[in-house]
Design a protein around this ligand. Structure first.
Ligand SMILES: Nc1nc2c([nH]c(=O)n2[C@H]2C[C@H](O)[C@@H](COP(=O)(O)OP(=O)(O)OP(=O)(O)O)O2)c(=O)[nH]1
Length: 132
């Protein structure tokens, strides 16, 4: 059986715009766009994992709201099950530590980016749910 990887991603919304983050060139899926976050550690809830990852990667604090969706995607290195949550910034501003870049885009602009394949169902849903 392929390696199962459980990942959480933050859909951070501010003034109707969504934070998109570009993976660093050195990592898996380098250069592709994602929702910042990472792997859920054993004994961590998805929401706790997301708060920890955002604190570590973006040096800011979010409150984690409603789930967008949970979908599996099979890569050559394993199956990533990605759970995304809408989030709000409650302290600080996102800083680049691991990512190559971040962008704030309107929902109808999300399709311009080269998203990690696992993110496509979430991106589609966000566009439907938040269409202007
Ligand atoms: N954080 C995040 N990871 C995603 C998304 N979509 C997607 O396919 N992934 C993949 C990339 C990684 O293989 C894995 C998440 O691991 P991670 O964010 O902790 O990445 P990492 O730096 O530990 O990964 P690695 O290069 O060490 O393999 O899920 C997403 O929207 N957010």
């Amino acid at each position: 059986m392929k390696k199962q990887i459980n990942v959480v991603g933050a859909v951070i919304v501010k003034d109707g715009m969504i934070l998109c983050a570009q993976r660093g060139e050195g990592s898996s899926l380098g250069g592709m766009w994602e929702f910042p976050g990472g792997k859920i550690e054993p004994e961590e809830t998805p929401r706790d994992a997301l708060q920890r990852e955002i604190d570590e990667e973006l040096k800011c604090q979010v409150s984690v709201g409603e789930e967008v969706t949970t979908t599996p995607h099979e890569y050559d290195f394993g199956v990533v099950t990605l759970t995304t949550f809408y989030c709000e910034l409650i302290e600080g501003t996102p800083e680049l530590t691991e990512h190559a870049a971040v962008k704030w885009l309107a929902p109808d602009e999300l399709g311009q980016l080269d998203w990690a394949p696992a993110d496509i169902p979430a991106v589609d849903l966000i566009q439907e749910q938040r269409a202007a």
